[in-house]
Write a protein of this length. Structure first.
Length: 113
């Protein structure tokens, strides 16, 4: 294990077979697009009145989430991010995001107001 920051609290072990456990859970396997149930929200809270489109409900690895976010940002022609299991797309792009996700084979619905 080369992640020395995860072992900062570790003092020493004389057991040669000791495996340090960081307690991190393994990422879940990514479900196929047909089995995903995504929700597309429009949000203005805590964003200085600016609108963002949020995609929630993705089940899978963070790398696959980032790849889906990259595809949506590219096709919408706008910025955004993928973090904490959500994809955030700048602006009111809810209709376009739902259309793109359905074309890609994902199950998705509009949610929220």
């Amino acid at each position: 294990m080369n992640d020395w920051k995860a072992r900062l609290g570790m003092v020493y072990s004389t057991d040669p077979d000791y495996e340090y456990d960081t307690g991190a859970e393994a990422e879940p396997a990514t479900l196929p697009p047909q089995q995903q149930s995504l929700r597309v929200w429009l949000d203005r809270r805590q964003r200085a009145g600016k609108c963002v489109t949020i995609v929630r409900g993705f089940v899978g690895r963070s790398d696959d989430l980032a790849e889906l976010a990259r595809m949506l940002k590219n096709r919408c022609g706008t910025g955004g991010s993928a973090k904490e299991g959500e994809i955030i797309i700048q602006g009111d792009r809810r209709d376009r995001v739902v259309e793109l996700l359905q074309q890609a084979g994902y199950g998705c619905k509009k949610a929220g107001g």
